[in-house]
Design a protein around this ligand. Structure first.
Ligand SMILES: [Zn+2]
Length: 202
């Protein structure tokens, strides 16, 4: 009896150790095929000029993914579509980014963890249904005043496009940050653990 109990415990502990947190994340493409994906960190087209992910998969907490899908449907009804630049990001990648830009205004300190490390943040912009990106004033990961959401010293068309994006995202539980117009945190990420598993690329 004692040995079988020990066996059960060993199996239980092994199962716990091998448990994958990222397996609980939703691949946005399993939810909808109507997003455009331009996962910059799976390419060299990013501020580190280095391929940081094994594939361009967008993984998010299930509630974040569901909310993003709702937001995309809302934008679709206005003639736009969400173009995604980043979703879940392993902590090891956060460490590399912080080493390059050690400024918490733009890159979260890996000791604290970014909401991206929790699967609850997404970097994105809008494009028309014909695939023309809206002018938001800067590209992704422009670390400067032009990218701040409280910078109103920008052309009227840019301010209007940013307003369309922010207004739509907020309706579905996403929150802005001051320094990056493209970054949105979802309320469902609150209290969720940071993760450091590589992106699953089956
Ligand atoms: Zn971000």
């Amino acid at each position: 009896m004692k040995s079988s109990l020990t066996l059960v415990l060993v199996v239980f502990i092994n199962t716990t150790v091998s448990f994958s947190q990222t397996a609980l994340l939703t691949n946005i493409e399993d939810l909808s095929s109507s997003f455009t994906l331009d996962m910059r960190y799976a390419t060299e087209n990013n501020f580190l000029e280095e391929v940081l992910y094994d594939c361009g998969t967008c993984l998010l907490l299930p509630e974040t993914a569901a909310a993003l899908n709702q937001a995309n449907l809302y934008f679709n009804s206005m003639g736009y579509r969400i173009k995604i630049w980043d979703c879940y990001r392993p902590v090891d990648v956060q460490v590399k980014m912080f080493a390059k830009v050690p400024n918490p205004m733009y890159v979260a300190d890996p000791k604290e963890g970014s909401i991206h490390n929790r699967g609850g943040a997404v970097d994105l912009t809008l494009e028309t249904l014909d695939g023309i990106e809206l002018d938001m004033g800067t590209d992704h990961d422009h670390f400067g005043r032009e990218a701040h959401i409280d910078n109103f010293d920008l052309p009227e068309a840019v301010l209007n496009n940013r307003d369309i994006l922010e207004t739509g995202m907020k309706q579905y539980g996403f929150q802005t940050i001051q320094s990056e117009w493209w970054h949105f945190n979802h309320t469902s990420a609150s209290g969720k653990p940071v993760m450091n598993e590589p992106l699953s690329c089956e």
